[in-house]
Design a protein around this ligand. Structure first.
Ligand code: SF4
Ligand code: SF4
Length: 442
């Protein structure tokens, strides 16, 4: 079996949160392979610790992926502030005799350094076309946990576990490895909080993660972290606004100062995303769908809503509303430009992470979340058949059947984009219903 087949068999998907099946991403040719180790979401601490703990495995997995796509160069993007990790990576690249191919590139501590298109620009100077993907400029980007999983796949080990940071206004900040399918509540309780009535939980980083309506879900291969905050925290209140409330507030108060546009990371790399125009569309009920198409260019980084707008409005929500409306009419964005260049003042409009953290009211919680061994061994896991971009996996086990950890329990439907799933504990299948395969530990 070649490495691409091993990656496919191991059920690897983008561990950074996007969930795109990795075998499909690697079935191409690229000039650069890029490792996304930026981890720009405040408070999350997975990638930086994985690179410190498993440098050889990550470098080898990354190199193998680079060879697979016939890359000329493999670039690791990591924030310059992680000095120890950078020295370690450089030392191990040297020791593994890969310094002709793998290079560590330092990134500024800004948000959103880990946005795929921003990362490509920072490391190669190339601008991914509007509504495009990195391969259009000869780049393939994978996350550091994905590279670790590629290494494991090369050793015959599928994805059955996930690394997760638990952060926020809690007694125990930590990063843990748990079986895929573990009940979210069991993971949240590692925070030292047992009763969540007065808390809200953000699924993922504080910038892009949504506030969870229910805490009774299960860990997926895409889970990256949970930020637990008191219900009355300003970030929770801001993120919990309903779309119709956001629309009403947007209509009433936008002063068209265009700060949201001037700081928009996608606008700054030369795309036409101009959220103040989408606010104008909402405010004056404008009907020019030609202009509205730019709403497709938003990467939902949330910078405009959570930092840029001086009066606390919701430009991203305006984008999403307009985009939804266009999608319902089957109106798509067709890029016209062939050449892109970053705006001249981009370098002066970068947002330092520290400033962002202070603005979000997270300064007191910006603390280490060390990798910790726990005795969390869930009795039952519920593994979603669709944790990825593409078609749901087809269960290949039945209730009553005994499965081993690492055994494939769901396969990719014939001819579809998708990812296989595997048992994350050894036990007996209880049910295959409602989009989950549930296993009880032996
Ligand atoms: S949404 Fe906010 S930042 Fe954007 S134009 Fe309106 S007032 Fe200015
Ligand atoms: S969320 Fe706002 S700042 Fe981010 S890309 Fe969209 S419009 Fe730009």
């Amino acid at each position: 079996m070649n490495l691409l087949e091993m990656v496919k068999d191991a059920g690897i998907i983008g561990a950074g949160g996007a969930g795109f099946p990795t075998h499909a991403k690697l079935a191409t040719k690229a000039e650069y392979i890029i490792l996304n180790g930026a981890e720009c979401e405040p408070l999350l601490r997975v990638d930086q610790q994985l690179m410190a703990q498993f440098p050889d495995e990550i470098i080898k997995g990354f190199e193998a992926a680079g060879k697979l796509v016939c890359a000329e160069s493999a670039l690791i993007g990591i924030k310059g502030k992680h000095k120890n990790v950078i020295s370690l990576l450089r030392e191990r690249i040297e020791a593994l005799q890969l310094s002709d191919f793998v290079h560590v590139k330092e990134l500024a501590d800004v948000y959103p350094a880990g946005d795929e298109q921003i990362l490509v620009y920072e490391l190669t100077g190339r601008v991914v076309p509007e509504a495009g993907i990195p391969i259009q400029v000869g780049c393939v980007v994978i996350n550091s946990e994905t590279a670790l999983n590629i290494y494991h796949a090369s050793q015959g080990k599928p994805v059955t576990e996930k690394y997760i940071t638990i952060a926020g206004d809690i007694p125990n900040r930590l990063t843990v490895k748990v079986p895929v399918g573990t009940p979210v509540m069991a993971v949240l309780k590692l925070s030292g909080i047992d009763e969540f009535d007065n808390y809200s939980v953000i699924d993922g980083g504080p910038m892009m993660g949504p506030v969870m309506n229910q805490l009774n879900g299960y860990i997926t291969k895409k889970s990256k972290g949970f930020v637990i905050l008191k219900k009355q925290h300003s970030l929770i209140r801001k993120k919990s606004i309903k779309p119709d409330q956001a629309k009403r507030i947007n209509r009433a108060t936008c002063e068209q100062c265009r700060m949201c546009t001037d700081l928009c990371p996608r606008y700054l790399i030369g795309h036409d995303m101009q959220p103040h125009k989408m606010m104008r569309t909402i405010g004056y009920s404008l009907t020019d769908t030609e202009e509205q198409k730019m709403s497709y260019l938003c990467c939902q980084c949330n910078l405009c809503e959570l930092f840029s707008c001086p009066v606390g409005l919701y430009p991203k929500a305006a984008n999403m509303m307009i985009k939804q409306n266009l999608m319902e009419q089957s109106i798509r964005y067709q890029p016209e430009k062939k050449e892109y260049a970053a705006r001249v003042n981009r370098e002066y409009r970068q947002l330092p992470s520290k400033r962002l953290i202070a603005r979000l009211g997270l300064y007191d919680f910006d603390k280490p979340a060390p990798m910790t061994e726990t005795d969390l061994k869930p009795e039952i896991v519920s593994i979603a058949i669709c944790q990825h971009v593409g078609a749901p996996a087809i269960p290949i086990v039945s209730p009553g059947e005994r499965v081993l950890v690492g055994q494939m329990i769901g396969k990719i439907p014939e001819g579809s984009l998708g990812a296989a799933i595997h048992g994350s504990i050894t036990g007996t299948v209880m049910e295959c219903e409602n989009g989950f395969i549930t296993i009880r530990r032996d």
